[in-house]
Design a protein. Structure first.
Length: 501
């Protein structure tokens, strides 16, 4: 494990005890808090599912322009996400609703408005105005989501210090997120793109997209505010233990220190690569179904999405129970290995001239079910592991950095979403040679779409496996770290940690 220099030589906050003892978080708080993650995953899921198809095929924006818009979003995330995490940890001013919940309220409102605008560009815009609309509204959504999600995840890490209860909290959050995303993914298709005319793909019609953006933008805001209200009694958590004056140059050294910390770096890089692979796959799903396996029915798409998320909910319950008996790292490795195999199969077994051919909805349902079951671990185990890493860092550096850690993690998610659009946009234009705005594509284009859908994300997942193999924080080590933290905490902090939530 790396040993890092402190961000400054000045004494900072004393070692902090974990917040609450195991078993203290009520089911009501877990459910209300967990509902808030559906706001994040609805945004991520619908962005991944519809953005590339909507802007290239429906609006006619070339894939390269979509990729450039995504790159601009990446640069924006690179600046604001870690900084929001830093501000959420150590705000330089007194905030009206606490250091986490103030950001959550503002972010929840902004991201809903931005999402509605993102899918409502005026029709008939030329390339440059359409590109600018995508950039500006995309940045608005990203900014709102960052303001909300970074402190939101930090609150989850601070609700409990118990190794197993952290997994229960993240599993509840993951299950609620999957449920919300399943509803969004299925209703978005059945409500706004129903099959009305045989042989006509309803997703090619502009009319459904603005209504979809408005409805789900509103839902995202409601869910975000629900989580904020559900944890309102915790809004001043640790506020009395946060230093009020900090040097201006603390942020950058702290950011670098987090990335140098071995456990955090391996977990972050693995998560970012795994997430990038999953999002690249999701971003190309409609292209893959439309051109490679020739499944264009909105009903079939809704069934595929429902199968994925129902299986993911079942998987989430299993992973939550297994995480009490099996090391989290091993479960994470198992999930990634199976997902990589499924991704390769989607290219090797499906499509023209392949074993399972085209139009095979049954085979796709089986694949989606397996992908959901094993892939659901992505919503549960990494966040629980990150909370453990935050304790290890607190012991090594005498300060809590949950906000910074989750800020960098959120940046990883955002960069994965942006990179998926950048990569797929450029590769669809220059590798697959997709003709923007055209419902028919050449055989070579179709074959290459299959490769991008299956092989590219599989390689990214394999790279993620290579990173997480170096993660060494076990259950026994976490217990030792937490015992030491409690022994160092001031007596009043130890008494506060026994408070039942």
């Amino acid at each position: 494990m790396s040993t890092l220099d402190h961000a400054s030589d000045r004494p900072i906050a004393p070692p902090l005890a974990p917040v609450a003892q195991g078993g203290a978080v009520s089911a009501r708080v877990r459910l209300l808090y967990g509902a808030g993650d559906a706001a994040n995953t609805i945004k991520q899921g619908l962005f991944a599912l519809f953005t590339l198809f909507f802007y290239t095929t429906v609006m006619g924006l070339p894939g390269t322009w979509v990729g450039i818009a995504a790159a601009i979003g990446l640069l924006w995330d690179a600046v604001v996400d870690p900084f929001i995490g830093h501000l959420s940890d150590d705000p330089p001013w007194r905030l009206p609703f606490g250091r986490r919940h103030t950001f959550m309220v503002v972010g929840g409102l902004v991201m809903g408005v931005g999402f509605a605008l993102f899918f409502s560009p005026p029709q008939g815009l030329d390339t440059l105005p359409l590109f600018l609309w995508m950039v500006v509204t995309g940045v608005l959504v990203r900014s709102g989501n960052s303001l909300y999600s970074i402190p939101y995840y930090s609150v989850g890490a601070e609700l409990s210090d118990d190794y197993h209860e952290r997994t229960t909290i993240t599993a509840t959050r993951g299950a609620m997120a999957l449920l919300g995303t399943m509803i969004a993914a299925t209703l978005s298709v059945t409500l706004f793109f129903p099959d009305r005319v045989p042989g006509i793909d309803p997703k090619l019609s502009y009319a459904g997209y603005p209504a979809m953006g408005l409805l789900f933008g509103l839902l995202m805001t409601v869910l975000a505010l629900t989580a904020t209200a559900g944890t309102w009694h915790r809004r001043h958590l640790r506020a009395d233990r946060i230093p009020q004056e900090r040097p201006a140059d603390d942020f950058l050294p702290g950011f670098i220190a987090a990335l140098r910390f071995d456990s955090f770096r391996h977990l972050f890089l693995s998560f970012a690569l795994f997430y990038l692979g999953v999002v690249v796959n999701s971003t190309l799903l409609i292209h893959y179904l439309t051109y490679y396996v020739e499944i264009r029915s909105s009903t079939a798409l809704a069934q595929l999405q429902a199968t994925f998320y129902v299986a993911a909910l079942v998987g989430a319950l299993l992973w939550m129970r297994l995480a009490r008996r099996v090391e989290k790292q091993r479960l994470y490795l198992l999930s990634m290995a199976v997902v990589a195999a499924l991704l390769v199969s989607a290219w090797a077994l499906m499509g023209h001239g392949r074993l399972l051919g085209t139009g095979n909805v049954g085979a796709m349902l089986v694949g989606q079910g397996l992908a959901g079951f094993f892939g659901s671990i992505l919503w549960i185990v990494p966040a629980s592991m990150l909370a453990d890493v935050a304790d290890e860092y607190a012991l090594a550096h005498d300060r809590r950095r949950e906000g910074a850690f989750f800020g960098i993690f959120n940046f990883g998610q955002q960069i994965a979403t942006g990179m998926s659009l950048l990569l797929t946009g450029l590769l669809l234009d220059h590798f697959a040679r997709l003709q923007a705005g055209q419902p028919l594509q050449s055989e070579a284009t179709v074959a290459r779409i299959g490769m991008l859908f299956g092989l590219l994300p599989a390689l990214l997942v394999l790279a993620a496996i290579g990173q997480i193999r170096h993660y060494r924080l076990t259950q026994q080590r976490v217990r030792e770290v937490q015992a030491t933290l409690r022994s160092k905490a001031p007596p009043e902090a130890q008494r506060a940690d026994q408070t039942v939530i």
